[in-house]
Design a protein. Structure first.
Length: 162
């Protein structure tokens, strides 16, 4: 699962942390292999017209297609650099969301007032998880899939019990 506990719940101490990140199905190494195979497949039809004027007419279109695919994959990798870190001590709960662009977002509340809530419908995604403490309510793990959010919700309920 794309999240990791400092120690699995139920925790033996009151101090623990949780890190969450978006799932990556295509690793960087595999991305290089995929782009290499795509370049080879795109170059195959160009071998037929090698040495003719037609090559110069087709080459820009193949270059645009390859560059567009490269840019699209890089954009998804940048958006996947999101990291959420929940650190709970004896007195506080702190959530920090590191966004791919811009500053990090911070939330802090008294640990004893923090509660975890599951919204099966009505949120941006189904089984939406929020943490409520003090005057604010913040989302947690919206980038996880449905089953992962349900599992995380159960684990968070156990971890945040007094």
């Amino acid at each position: 699962m794309p999240y990791e506990w400092s120690s699995p719940p139920p925790h033996e101490t009151l101090d623990w942390s949780l890190s969450l990140w978006p799932y990556r199905s295509l690793l960087r190494r595999d991305f290089v292999l995929f782009m290499g195979a795509t370049a080879a497949i795109i170059a195959l039809p160009l071998l037929v017209v090698l040495g003719s004027a037609v090559l110069w007419g087709l080459l820009p279109f193949f270059a645009i297609a390859f560059a567009g695919l490269w840019a699209a994959f890089n954009a998804t990798y940048r958006s996947g650099e999101t990291l959420e870190e929940l650190v709970v001590t004896e007195t506080t709960a702190q959530l920090t969301r590191h966004n791919p662009k811009g500053a990090a977002q911070h939330w802090e509340a008294n640990r004893h007032w923090v509660s975890v809530h599951l919204h099966p419908t009505g949120g941006p995604v189904s089984n939406y998880i929020t943490l409520r403490g003090g005057a604010r309510e913040v989302e947690l793990g919206a980038f996880l899939d449905n089953a992962e959010r349900l599992a995380l919700y159960d684990e968070l309920k156990r971890a945040l019990k007094p």
